[in-house]
Design a protein around this ligand. Structure first.
Ligand code: ASP
Length: 584
């Protein structure tokens, strides 16, 4: 038996017990006649004591050779500590060692295995197995496990069945590039790794499984934006014989369950907002509603004077920054510079100070009088003491810029509190999205999403206006998940592919299997997927998902620990019939 207890278990009530412990040497203090060692494992730290007066000389000698991160086993007696440590649960006791076995020696680790380490990101990733020994990372993994387990409990209780779907598949278009895997047995042919199990879960509905879920890896070969991983995990779900309302209720319930179990927070009904409203009031389809600063559109009240910049703009829109009328000229200029940075891209910004005296002072006093500015204050909800900031230009761009400013101010002013959780549903997404580059419509969610029946008639005349039965769950300014009611009719699916620019032959070749399946009794169905990595990070009060992934890739998509991706040798290429392809 390697151990009778773990390193986090022993308490004052265990005094006088004979125990065997095993773990890693966190640190040791050698006073000559006495040596203390902090022994660590996943469960905690227990102090060991070697005492010349009570421990055999042979054991004493061996204890002096212990280095950091040595793996050892000790036998000994639990005794009460003289100087207690109230910071750790085992702090009232120590183990007086009688026997010591070195199970494995260790080289000096390249960074300190402590909560606050001296190791930078790169070195910690290279030695991730050492990084995981540190509490913050280890606890994140345990936390992720807990969330995943609660998800499984909740969904299993509602009759969802976890079904595994294949990883070696044919491409599923979800807007990103596929990772491809060459097939040795089928020269010149490739599998694709799933961007999501979308078509498979729909086939499971045709198969009558009724309620499916899977905690599943998905793969997307996207240009890596900050805090994205090429492989990530979804909580993927699908249900039959349901309407949008049923899905929102089930997954609102799941989210509520998680907030309750993990943070003991009760959240009542989640607010709902249409995509249009989210864009108009927050300039964003994933608004952070933990704080205000809602957009006020000013076109009607700002385009009647001589101010050409506003008059020629598609949209004039502002927000009221609470308490910011006291900003100095310098502070306001800094904000103007901030929105003019290329990352934001505004060409300028107008401001109005709503002074305590009831007076308005603005950068456009030349054009607008007090009565005009009072209307702006009303439209943006500005009170005395607030600062109104106004941007103008093409509607979509201007909304995105003002949204970036709003989020930045929210951060700076401490309004995005990690311990506060404000979920909401964004519903009625557009079905299609115009792509400037390819000059055609793309499915905003994916091609299997059903248009709203009442908007169907617009498909031919005004496709951009067609709304979908598609929804996103947003939490604290992050899209946690999204899904839709699906098309379950072959003709309708074929029509959708036509609108997306597929010829009937292309549609048949790529998705014939799905459309054929729809001919064999496909039930009405729909579903959604949550991003587990982000959900866990937000529930854990952190912004970055990397800490919650055991072996993440870096910003260039590399695993620096195993050094992947890497070239393969010529023989392997030949076997895969890739050698010629490369030469050609
Ligand atoms: N497959 C979709 C996604 O990955 C989710 C869904 O529609 O259920 O975003």
């Amino acid at each position: 038996m390697y151990r009778s207890q773990n390193c986090g278990e022993l308490r004052i009530a265990d005094v006088n017990k004979e125990v065997t412990l095993a773990g890693w040497v966190q640190k040791s203090r050698d006073k000559g006649f006495m040596i203390w060692v902090d022994l660590r494992d996943r469960y905690g730290i227990t102090q060991l004591i070697f005492d010349e007066a009570r421990t055999e000389a042979r054991v004493m000698q061996l204890a002096k050779s212990l280095g950091r991160e040595f793996v050892i086993q000790v036998k000994g007696t639990v005794i009460e500590r003289e100087s207690k440590n109230n910071n750790i649960p085992t702090g009232e006791i120590e183990v007086l060692v009688s026997e010591l076995t070195i199970l494995n020696e260790a080289q000096l680790p390249p960074f300190t295995i402590e909560d606050e380490t001296d190791g930078g990101e790169d070195i910690r990733m290279k030695y991730r197995y050492l990084d995981i020994r540190r509490n913050p990372v280890k606890n994140s993994l345990l936390f992720r496990h807990k969330v995943a387990q609660e998800v499984r409990n909740y969904l299993s209780n509602l009759d969802f069945c976890e079904v595994e779907t294949p990883y070696l598949i044919k491409s599923t278009p979800e807007g990103a590039r596929d990772f491809v895997v060459p097939s040795r047995m089928n020269p010149g042919q490739f599998y694709a790794l799933p961007q999501s199990p979308q078509t498979f879960k729909q086939l499971l509905m045709v198969a009558g499984m009724d309620r499916y879920f899977q905690i599943v890896k998905c793969f997307r070969d996207e240009d890596l934006r900050a805090d994205r991983q090429p492989e990530f995990t979804q909580i993927d779900c699908e249900m039959s014989f349901i309407e949008q309302e049923d899905i929102l209720n089930v997954f609102e319930g799941l989210t509520r369950h998680l907030l309750k179990k993990i943070h003991n927070i009760d959240i009542q009904k989640f607010p709902r907002m249409t995509f249009d409203e989210a864009m108009r009031t927050y300039g964003n389809d994933k608004p952070d509603i933990r704080f205000g600063m809602k957009f006020g559109e000013l076109n009607a009240i700002a385009q009647h004077k001589e101010f050409g910049v506003f008059n020629s703009a598609e949209l004039v829109v502002g927000i009221a920054v609470p308490g910011a009328a006291s900003y100095t000229r310098k502070e306001i200029d800094a904000l103007i510079d901030w929105v003019k940075r290329p990352q934001v891209g505004a060409s300028g910004m107008v401001y109005v100070k709503c002074e305590a005296s009831g007076q308005y002072k603005s950068s456009v006093d030349k054009f607008y009088d007090q009565a005009d500015l009072a209307k702006w204050a009303e439209a943006t909800g500005a009170k005395e003491g607030d600062l109104i900031l106004v941007l103008s230009g093409p509607a979509n761009k201007t909304r995105a810029q003002l949204s970036a400013l709003r989020m930045e101010l929210g951060n700076r002013m401490g309004l995005r509190k990690p311990e506060e959780f404000s979920p909401l549903w964004v519903v009625d997404f557009p079905l299609l999205e115009w792509d400037e580059e390819t000059e055609r419509y793309h499915a905003m969610h994916h091609p299997f999403t059903s248009p709203k029946p009442e908007d169907m008639h617009l498909l031919d005349t005004d496709p951009g206006k067609v709304r979908a039965n598609a929804y996103d769950l947003v939490l604290n300014g992050n899209e946690i998940g999204g899904g839709s009611i699906r098309i379950h009719d072959k003709e309708m699916q074929a029509l959708m592919f036509k609108h997306l620019g597929f010829t009937p032959e292309q549609a048949q070749e790529q998705f014939g299997f799905l459309m054929n399946a729809f001919q064999y009794g496909a039930p009405p169905h729909g579903g959604l997927a949550f991003g587990l990595d982000r959900l866990v990070a937000i529930l854990g009060g952190q912004e970055t998902i990397r800490d919650f992934i055991a072996f993440p890739k870096n910003n260039s998509g590399r695993d620096v620990m195993i050094d992947a991706p890497a070239p393969v040798d010529q023989a392997q290429l030949e076997e895969l019939s890739l050698a010629l392809a490369l030469k050609a």
